[in-house]
Design a protein around this ligand. Structure first.
Ligand SMILES: [Zn+2]
Length: 95
């Protein structure tokens, strides 16, 4: 994996929670702030917070949309690798 910004190979890959599909109503300023804060926290802790969030949500019906992100350890830039992928479990598991 190479950083598209500086070309360094010192990069990490992580799954970032991008949002929820069933939560379209009422997602205003606060919702966006929450998502932004969550993503920022996830990046800052390299995904540890995402694990806690997923556990605490337990039986929710919301389908989370995950994105695989690359993080450069040298210049700190992040970039999206692909949507979905591993971690995008079938919804039936959470019902
Ligand atoms: Zn870089």
């Amino acid at each position: 994996m190479q950083c598209p910004n500086c070309g360094s190979g010192n990069c990490q890959v992580q799954l970032v929670e991008q949002g929820q599909q069933t939560n379209k109503k009422g997602v205003g300023f606060g919702g966006h702030m929450n998502n932004a804060a969550r993503t920022t926290t996830a990046v800052a802790t390299f995904g540890m917070s995402n694990l806690l969030w997923k556990k605490s949500r337990g039986t929710n019906k919301t389908k989370t949309v995950n994105t695989t992100m690359g993080i450069c350890q040298d210049c700190g830039s992040t970039w999206r690798i692909k949507k979905g992928g591993f971690g995008a479990a079938p919804g039936s598991i959470f019902k």
